[in-house]
Design a protein around this ligand. Sequence first.
Ligand code: SAH
Ligand code: SF4
Ligand code: F3S
Length: 482
Amino acid sequence: MLNNFTLEKIDINAPIPEEETKRQFYFMAKAKKHVEALAEKLGHVPTCCVTTFGCQMNARDSEKLVGILENVGYEIIDSEKADFVIFNTCTVRDNANQRVYGRLGELNGYKRRNPHMKIALCGCMMQEPAVIEKIKKSYGFVDLIFGTHNIFKFAELLCASFETEGMLIDIWKDTDKIVEDLPVERKYSFKSGINIMFGCNNFCSYCIVPYVRGRERSREPKDIIREIETLVADGVVEIMLLGQNVNSYGKNLEEPVTFAQLLREVEKIEGLQRIRFMTSHPKDLSDELIQVMKESKKICRHLHLPLQSGSTEILTRMNRRYTKEQYVDLAMKIRREIPDIAITTDIIVGFPGETSEDLEETIDVVKTVKFDNAFTFIYSKRTGTPAAAMENQVPEEQVKEGFDRLLKVVQETAREQVAKYQGKVMDALIEEVNDSDNTKVTGRLSNNTVVHVPGDASMIGKIVPVSLDECHGFYYIGHVVE
Ligand code: SAH
Ligand code: SF4
Ligand code: F3S
């Protein structure tokens, strides 16, 4: 990993390097000078806060931003009353957007009191032209805006923003670039997400992700393995391989590789103890993957397999490319092959044209598959997606009623599933000290269930056997077994 020492050695008066990683290090060295000058002006080390909205991809992107920010000399803090605030945004549903606008209003107040304050926006929302227009019009106090495709250029953009007055906007429509080896600062010392691919080619008709994250691109297996090895050497015991559809990983590489093959390679990494991945699209989930999971000692007993709807007709119009029966057969096959696996899912209620019969089909799948957990979402119309132009958008009342009905069933089955482990002893990775009771720590089982046990911060990052004593709905209270 890079440290300040190597940045010091970069000559910022030399020509700008062409190779992208080197180029960004050059700009980090330059940004460092700007931050030093700012520190002098402020009389303290400038502080920075990165707020993340949305999914694990964004969380990982934020770690990349923080990696650069720390290297150029910012002090990272949790409070948005900082000298530099970055919102890494999400636009998957409208409420994600609204939250960003709300919080931006607050930032304006802080900036009035701190004229040196810098505000940057990045992430998926910024890939929507209408959003940029709105920010230009109503949020003129924002200093820097960039998108998902050029996040690797953050050091360069940061420099540019120090050197320009007013709002700086740099948004790319798409990219085929993958820039390796930039600094990353992990949120957790013992676990890490790892991008194995970027973008999505599936174009589910309700979803904006392919428009804001671009076409699917896989990283080379050797780059992924090298990154994981470095992480493990740095104390990471659990990794989560990230992609919008990990099951189609590697198809477009010069030398195609399947996701299952990649997993086999990752499994071999010594010192790595747990492997997770997100997300699996049911249409591409292979028997080879089930086999690899079944044989693996490290892949966690958890599969997130978004259903979206249990009605074949709705699924067809969602462009999911599987039927209700295919989904159920797949889930049941996985349960048969790997009996201790937890299957979780995502479900959308209120897709255009959804009737209460369609919802019954979804409820039927929930009851059959017995999801260990399910995230239920109210359909949100995303401008530019095919579903937004569909007729018969479902009235709010009906959606709300259906949502509540589904939620009840989902919670019942999840409770039933989680309760199955009562009294058992299972391994938990201890992740943090409990927020509300500091005599307890919180751990996670391989199947993703949470357990609280008596303990202290020294246990964080360790995998320990715990007895699952009391089931409290979705989590356990237990104790460590010596
Ligand atoms: N690539 C992942 C999901 C990414 S988005 C996958 O295919 O599984 C996460 C979840 O948000 C989706 O699974 C879906 O349930 C939900 N979602 C996406 N677009 C939505 C929309 N327009 N309205 C409501 N929920 C949506
Ligand atoms: Fe969206 Fe579908 Fe791609 Fe998932 S697979 S990101 S739901 S388009
Ligand atoms: Fe949101 Fe972008 Fe993730 S839209 S869900 S942050 S890929």
